[in-house]
Design a protein. Structure first.
Length: 395
């Protein structure tokens, strides 16, 4: 006999773990199925996730009201999750945006300022001189101005957040299975899920498998999503460098072209015991579609050309990083055509999907997980939750 659950969440990443927690707080019969982080990326032949890291920027300042709202809702629950799980994941270091004075209403910083004003979010606007004097870690170009979000902003540890969500889901009675799902299909009045060679049944299933949502026969037809390779660079810091960079905020820097922006995380201690400052961007091209492409990318150190571009950019912005050892790693961002996440049912209300982080979702993952739980419990989302803006698109 196949084990039967009311609800199965597929994908143990940031959204899936959050969905399982929220479900376990409201109902019994919840299961979370997904493999954990592989011990060796280079030899691993299964699926991966992009939360295998120690720092992601968190902020409410955003040009899209949807993302700004989701961030606020999630951030409001950070301390509750920390206290309930006993796992700390949020560091309130503040978040700084630096960029040219907006020249049109279409510019990101102008739109973000309008959203902040409409929601009552306090953002400190800094002149070029104030930007340089307040944040001596940087050597910003003289024409850049700043937008500083001091409170409820900074960075989260995504690995720790996932651990906290899973711990609370288990405490709520959820069953957590470390297994790879290889098939999902409707069978009469339930959904059949095959994982790790075993068969499970559920009244409803949420697929929150990130960039791998279109693989492994999880969906009856593929969604319109793009899995894009991204390279990140790490600068190893010693205690002397920490005197310079130890108190810096999370930072996003725009150039004349918004698409050339880079994001910078404050120094964080990683599992190898060393302290790293991380830098990444959003201009790499290309798509990942086949399992072997994902395996090759996650098993690499990223793109050497992008690594060098990021190193050069970092040294221009932060000259004190000169001579610091560098390394790099591969990441994947999942984009939708709308720039918003997908949260909706597939063909019937029995199978729902939650994916499409668009490179900004880590900070909002708890709210996205809550929306995923609402999809399973109620079969859809209201307009208060931007439901019509997140309808999945299929090929």
């Amino acid at each position: 006999m196949a084990a039967h659950f009311k609800y199965i969440v597929i994908g143990g990443g940031m959204m899936g773990a959050a969905a399982a927690r929220h479900l376990s707080q409201r109902v019994d019969g919840v299961a979370l199925i997904g493999p954990g982080e592989p011990a060796d990326y280079r030899s691993h032949d299964g699926v991966f996730a992009s939360h295998y890291d120690e720092a992601r920027i968190t902020r409410r300042f955003d040009a899209d009201p949807l993302w700004a709202s989701f961030a606020q809702r999630a951030i409001d629950r950070y301390r509750e999750i920390e206290e309930g799980s006993g796992i700390r994941f949020f560091s309130e270091a503040g978040c700084l945006f630096a960029g040219p004075e907006p020249r049109s209403h279409a510019d990101y910083l102008h739109r973000a300022t309008e959203v902040a004003t409409s929601t009552g979010l306090e953002i400190e606007r800094l002149t070029s001189g104030e930007l340089q004097s307040r944040f001596a870690q940087f050597d910003f170009p003289s024409h850049l101005i700043g937008y500083h979000e001091l409170s409820q902003a900074g960075y989260i540890n995504p690995r720790a957040l996932v651990r906290a969500q899973i711990a609370l889901a288990k405490r709520g009675g959820a069953t957590v299975l470390d297994a790879l799902v290889t098939s999902v299909r409707e069978e009469g009045s339930w959904v059949e899920v095959i994982a790790g060679g075993e068969t499970f049944h559920a009244d409803r299933v949420l697929i929150a498998a990130g960039a791998f949502s279109n693989l492994n026969a999880l969906l009856p037809r593929p969604m319109q999503i793009r899995a894009a390779p991204r390279t990140v660079v790490f600068f190893e810091l010693d205690e002397q460098a920490m005197d310079v960079f130890g108190a810096m905020p999370s930072t996003i820097v725009f150039t004349e072209r918004e698409e050339d922006h880079v994001y910078i995380l404050p120094p964080v201690r990683y599992p190898d015991g060393k302290i790293y400052l991380k830098l990444g961007g959003d201009i790499e091209t290309g798509d990942l579609a086949r399992p072997e492409e994902f395996r090759a990318w996650f098993g690499s150190d990223g793109n050497p050309e992008e690594r060098q571009r990021l190193v050069d950019t970092a040294l221009q912005l932060m000259p004190a990083l000169k001579e610091r050892p560098t390394s790099s790693a591969a990441c994947v961002a999942t984009f939708t055509p709308t720039g918003r996440p997908y949260a909706g049912v597939v063909e019937s209300s029995r199978i729902a999907v939650l994916t499409g982080g668009n490179f900004v979702a880590a900070k909002s993952s708890d709210e996205l997980g809550r929306l995923g739980s609402v999809l399973l419990l109620e079969g859809g989302l209201s307009e208060d939750d931007y439901g019509s803006l997140m309808t999945p698109l299929f090929r």
